[in-house]
Design a protein around this ligand. Structure first.
Ligand SMILES: [Ca+2]
Length: 404
């Protein structure tokens, strides 16, 4: 952590060294400076915490605090910082030297209620050419209900404005009273934009192909529907749909080994799951689930954990950690974390590290438990550290590494 007083403090020391013969002044300066040194050491000790883990001691450094329920972070190229969304509706730019910016202007109004608000942020694959930034958010409809929307704007050179914001997708009909908006945005290697959505807590709609609740959607970056989407030409179905039968998807990432999209979704009391969604397939909700409802009763529509015509998840939790955010680790910095998939846990207040063997999950480790913090998002930074956002009214940005 770069502390704001580090630079002037160093200047003071070198100035004292440049005044020969003034022993008195020097000892006065030393007397003033020594307590500062101790204070600085203490401040740094508070900013960094260490915990044992299976792969060695992990080092957790607080980079920011006081974020209002931060939801997502996207790193800019060329060490230009990162964009951070806050659920209440602000997008900010964070730089290690300058700190956190004021809210960036030009962000659309969001429906900031319950689980709704400003959600995911990702850069266009060709951001270096067009500076397009994509946002997903909860949008209020005319009848007061809300749905997920996605659009993009152009980030000004100074990072203060998002210009010409253009909506390219709206979840219709709008059915949410505050629950289950999803959502994550991922571009695949062909440049298609995937939008992982929730079912607005209207369970049966996940199976309705004429609605966009509980779906994974695939679009061109400008919002056009690709000709080869699985339901194009089906008059009873929305052509945006890639896969269906999802509940509330708050994690999505491309597997760097295969280029395939992985998504995860919340179950109710049980049944959080990971899928590798394929075109046109049914991922089961609410007909098939490995979990029970929050009350402990069966999901009313559920026919079991395995139901004909529906796909099994590649991994599930019988009791839900409440998962959010997902990042494959493929950086060179920590070879011990290769083949790991990091996932945040809200209810279980942990950073989950899954070990993979191909498309199989073979081991789970829980990190950051002693912090007692809900984890909303996890990303691997360009420097190979793992970055985590905590879900709180004074939410934090943490940098996670292994002792080197
Ligand atoms: Ca499922």
């Amino acid at each position: 952590m770069t502390l704001p007083y580090t630079t002037p403090f160093k200047n003071t020391l070198s100035a004292s060294g440049g005044q020969p013969g003034s022993q008195k002044l020097r000892s006065l300066l030393v007397a003033a400076v020594l307590p500062l040194l101790a204070w600085q050491a203490q401040a740094q000790a508070q900013a960094t915490q260490r915990f044992p883990s299976e792969k060695g001691e992990i080092v957790v450094t607080e980079l920011l605090t006081g974020l209002d329920h931060p939801w997502s972070i996207a790193f800019l190229p060329d060490d230009a910082g990162a964009l951070i969304t806050e659920k209440s509706g602000d997008l900010r730019l964070w730089k290690t030297d300058a700190g956190l910016s004021e809210p960036i202007s030009g962000v659309p109004d969001v429906y900031a209620r319950s689980q709704g608000g400003l959600l995911d942020v990702v850069l266009a694959p060709d951001f270096a050419q067009n500076r397009r930034v994509y946002l997903s958010y909860a949008e209020k409809g005319d009848d007061g209900k809300a749905g997920t929307a996605v659009g993009y704007g152009v980030l000004s050179a100074d990072g203060r404005k998002l210009e010409n914001f253009t909506v390219i997708f709206r979840q219709t009909p709008k059915l949410s009273n505050g629950a289950h908006f999803g959502s994550r945005l991922v571009f695949d290697r062909q440049g298609y934009l995937f939008i992982a959505l929730g079912e607005n807590n209207q369970r049966p709609t996940s199976q309705d192909l004429d609605k966009l609740q509980g779906k994974l959607v695939r679009l061109h970056p400008d919002g056009r529907v690709p000709d080869d989407n699985p339901f194009v030409g089906n008059a009873q179905a929305r052509p945006e749909i890639w896969s269906y039968g999802h509940r509330n998807q708050q994690g999505a990432a491309l597997n760097p080994s295969t280029g395939k999209l992985w998504t995860h979704e919340h179950g109710a009391r049980g049944g959080d799951e990971i899928n590798i969604p394929e075109a046109g397939k049914n991922y089961g909700w609410p007909l098939a689930t490995h979990g029970l409802d929050y009350s402990g009763s069966a999901i009313p529509e559920a026919k079991g954990a395995h139901v004909d015509g529906t796909e099994q998840p590649i991994h599930y939790w019988k009791v839900s950690p409440a998962i959010s955010g997902m990042a494959f680790y493929d950086a060179k910095r920590y070879p011990a974390w290769q083949q790991s998939l990091f996932i945040g846990a809200l209810k279980d207040e942990a950073l989950i590290r899954l070990e993979l063997d191909g498309d199989k999950v073979v081991h789970e480790e829980r990190l950051l438990g002693p912090l007692d913090e809900r984890i909303r998002d996890v990303r691997v930074g360009p420097d190979g550290y793992v970055y985590v956002l905590t879900d709180a009214s004074r939410g934090r940005l943490l940098k996670i590494g292994l002792k080197e």
